[in-house]
Ligand binder design. Structure first.
Ligand SMILES: CC/C=C\C/C=C\CCCC/C=C/C(=O)SCCNC(=O)CCNC(=O)[C@H](O)C(C)(C)COP(=O)(O)OP(=O)(O)OC[C@H]1O[C@@H](n2cnc3c(N)ncnc32)[C@H](O)[C@@H]1OP(=O)(O)O
Length: 302
């Protein structure tokens, strides 16, 4: 247990203070207790948390329409919800899924990375780092119930889970497609992928910006199960029951043993990573790439 405690991510106080500030800006996140489960069911504007099974599993539903992009406000609310669950001893596992049709998450919010100032980019990147660290080192069993498209930052989020279940639908593609946008997946995105599918498969997937359809995602090991769309959540809960059969302390220490070195690489150079991001994203050439990509997304509609 000691290792698990030591592993808690630093800068918690900092991010939480930031979260409260942003919460205030949002008109304070309202944790509306509701239903027969009392305080165990709560919601902010963009994250719903519902009881999953036997009171020890929670289902977190991402609700940032239309595409669950990971905006700063969304990240703030998600991190507050996750912390509430981590601190509630009743919960041992969390299923993460989407409340938006056909999209698990469109990844990082491009509007947070385009046309803003360096201070904003730094604040945003710190929140993205925090999301990854919190999820990757979580003591909870995390199961991603991926019920739709899952590119880039959405894929990163899924990769932090202990198990990934993907819906068998043509819309459900998953991968780190950053190069298609003319940007580069940071080293800790890459490390998380390598830890999941190995070096060679990652090299190919990252350079080509591959978005894998379900059968290929399963074959390469990016996801653990592919099931019909209406069975994603039930499969997630059934897989969860298997993982919860393992004593927490042994499983948590093992998870820490597997993931700590990867997390430490970022923890040791968080500030440098932020500066790197700010200078990279502020380049005219990168801003131009993002502008073109955003325009393409808009044109797709018309
Ligand atoms: C040396 C290196 C050093 C440091 C590295 C530094 C920086 C680089 C790191 C950056 C890492 C980036 C990670 C990311 O996650 S980038 C985001 C990548 N995401 C995508 O490519 C997905 C884009 N979206 C889509 O493909 C589709 O929207 C999707 C998800 C398949 C859903 O399709 P559909 O249901 O048809 O919906 P629309 O496309 O019509 O979209 C509706 C609406 O949402 C807007 N939108 C979509 N995605 C995003 C997004 N990621 N961010 C913000 N907004 C998004 C879209 O434009 C539409 O808007 P509208 O106003 O037209 O309604």
């Amino acid at each position: 247990m000691a290792l698990a405690v030591r592993m808690r991510v630093p800068c918690r106080a900092l991010l939480c203070a930031g979260a409260q500030l942003r919460g205030a800006a949002l008109g304070r996140p309202e944790w509306a207790a509701g239903g027969g489960d009392g305080a165990r069911r709560f919601a902010s504007l963009r994250v719903l948390v519902e009881p999953g099974a036997e009171g020890r599993v929670a289902v977190m539903k991402l609700k940032n329409p239309p595409v669950n992009s990971l905006s700063l406000d969304f990240l703030t609310e998600f991190l507050i919800s996750l912390e509430k669950l981590e601190n509630d001893k009743a919960f041992r596992g969390v299923v993460i899924t989407s409340d938006c049709p056909n999209v698990f998450s469109a990844g990082l919010d491009l509007r947070e990375m385009y046309g803003r100032n360096p201070g904003h980019y730094a604040e945003y990147w710190k929140a993205v780092q925090e999301l990854w660290l919190r999820l990757y080192l979580s003591n909870l069993v995390l199961v991603a119930a991926i019920n739709g498209s899952c590119p880039a930052g959405g894929c990163l989020m899924a990769l932090t889970s202990d198990v990934r279940i993907l819906s068998d639908s043509p819309k459900s593609v998953i991968g780190l497609n950053e190069t298609l946008l003319g940007i580069v997946a940071p080293f800790w995105f890459k490390d998380t992928l390598v830890n999941t599918i190995g070096h060679r498969a990652s090299e190919r997937a990252l350079q080509l910006g591959l978005l894998f359809p379900p059968a290929e995602a399963l074959q390469v090991g990016l996801v653990d199960h592919v099931v019909p769309e209406d069975q994603v959540q039930s499969m997630a809960l059934s897989v969860m029951a298997h993982w919860l059969a393992i004593p927490d302390h042994a499983r948590q220490l093992t998870k820490a043993m597997m993931r700590k070195a990867t997390a430490d690489r970022l923890i040791k150079q968080r500030e440098a990573d932020i500066q790197n991001f700010v200078s990279f994203i502020s380049r005219d050439s990168i801003q131009k790439s993002l502008q073109i990509y955003l325009e393409k997304l808009k044109q797709k509609k018309g």
